[in-house]
Design a protein around this ligand. Sequence first.
Ligand SMILES: [Zn+2]
Ligand SMILES: [Zn+2]
Length: 262
Amino acid sequence: MNFYVTILGSGAALPTGRRRCSAQVVNVNGFKLLLDCAEGTQDRIRQHHLKLQSLGTILISHLHGDHFFGLAPLLSTMHLCGRTEPMTIVAPKGAKEVIETTFELTGNHVGYELNFVEMDFSEGLHRVFEGKRCTVDAFPILHSVPTYGFRITEVPRGGNPARVYTYACDTAYSEDLVPFMRDSSLLCLECTFADDLAELARERQHLTAGQAARLATLAEPKQLLLTHISARYKEPELLADQATALFPSTILATDGQIVEIK
Ligand SMILES: [Zn+2]
Ligand SMILES: [Zn+2]
């Protein structure tokens, strides 16, 4: 049985031919969660031969378009393809209203149950999903709108220690986040900018490569995965070099990549 993540989009706000905006499918021993849902996510799910209807739960970090604008069309397509299974959507407060208003005003509907778990807290770790294969806990991170990181923990099998995948995107730098990231098998952090743009990162509440790696040195995951890379970087190896100088076990995400959670 496996625990791995498929990167559907590793770019920041502006989609390009090489990098689409944020979306990942996390497979926890056969149970699939969609993590963020940028525009075009349903196309990428098909492109990577991941069955649309096999998604069990959707987690949305925040309502910025590059993480959320693909959700209404994805849910609509699931309906058109005959979905009857309920869908749980964990998202910041407001997501339910956006989706329901979109369907109402556009005359669309879905014929299956949508169960929204809306997050509206500003501190601490909160259990937002509990299933047979994994649990999900959410924690607030620092961005211009309410934004949450997720810890996805497998239900351990055969007495083995549970593996944990932690995702924090988008966020500004804060060492207060480190306790939420500890004991991760794989830690996925945003890495929008290179280190020379630290001031811009601070203004826009994002991380640089070095800042992401610095958080990893404190949280001590087995591996660090960097995503949400600005379209300005035609040679993103620069970001990888800056991060690995501090935290050697770093992977720079690319679209279509599959990363095993060990
Ligand atoms: Zn973003
Ligand atoms: Zn954002």
